[in-house]
Design a protein around this ligand. Structure first.
Ligand code: FE2
Length: 263
């Protein structure tokens, strides 16, 4: 499956693109099953009322140098599973996902994934009042993000949420192309987008969201009864060490594939 000219145009204009029904059914089922290895004991797989957040203080797990997993508030980030090879096949090296990323960034140009981020989940907020959402841009250098749902995510269910078009402004709000050196403009632009309506990229199991590295986004509260379960990865090109400190380019798509740049 290739991205169409329409898809590429949509991505360039909006900074994200949703593609439906991409991920492998068997691997998704395996990920959904393994997810329960990381949940607190009181969570019962067949009892949705047991999944409501927040995580209790005694169940919290803090990320440390040796412990990458994290449970706090309404989030459970099961990161250790992300280094298992089948998880890489589920998302980054899924043949369709990989070919789309290569179409966007250039065939043979991508770094081989050693792992993915893992399963990132957002617990239902139940009777808790969902907080106001604000946007952010990510701090680590990469080119293209991908979020994949391993379970259905209904509207308001904590789906990846984006501010369309914000990548075109945030790209120029850093002194470098890929590192985290925001200019003074960054906070002004952020304030502007916090007043704009974002797009909730909800979807079904197997759907993916491709997103530009400078796109404003957030993981919003989950107001449904189902746990939001997603797998995450960020693609980088082999030349990122050389290009990351270069200033933002007049042509912000210079580092993307010639096909993509020219559309
Ligand atoms: Fe983020």
């Amino acid at each position: 499956m290739k991205l169409s000219t329409k898809d590429i145009n949509f991505f360039k204009e909006n900074g994200y693109l949703i593609k439906r029904g991409i991920l492998d059914e068997v691997l998704m089922a395996q990920a959904r099953e393994r997810f329960w290895d990381y949940t607190p004991e009181r969570f019962s797989k067949h009892k949705p009322s047991s999944w409501v957040g927040p995580i209790r203080p005694e169940e919290e797990e803090e990320k440390t140098g040796t412990e990458p997993n994290e449970s706090r508030g309404f989030r459970l980030h099961y990161r250790t599973i992300g280094s298992e090879s089948w998880m890489v096949c589920l998302l980054a090296k899924d043949p369709v996902v990989w070919s789309m990323a290569e179409q966007m960034l250039g065939v043979g140009q991508l770094n081989e994934p050693k792992g993915i981020r893992g399963i990132y989940s957002t617990l239902p907020c139940g009777k808790h009042l969902p907080p106001q959402i604000t946007c952010h841009t990510d701090a680590h250098p990469f080119h293209l993000g991908v979020v994949g749902y391993i379970d259905d995510v209904a509207p308001g269910g904590g789906g990846f949420t984006v501010w369309p078009g914000s990548h075109k402004r945030f790209y120029y709000a850093f002194t470098s192309q890929y590192c985290n050196e925001p200019t003074e403009e960054h906070s002004i632009i952020r304030e502007y987008y916090n007043d704009q309506q974002p797009v909730d990229c909800y979807g079904g199991a197997g759907d993916i969201v491709l997103w530009h590295h400078r796109l404003a986004h957030t993981g919003p509260p989950n107001t449904t009864r189902r746990i939001r379960r997603a797998v995450l990865y960020e693609f980088t090109k082999k030349d990122i060490e050389q290009t990351q400190l270069e200033p933002p380019q007049k042509d912000m798509w210079r580092d993307w594939s010639p096909e993509f740049d020219q559309v």
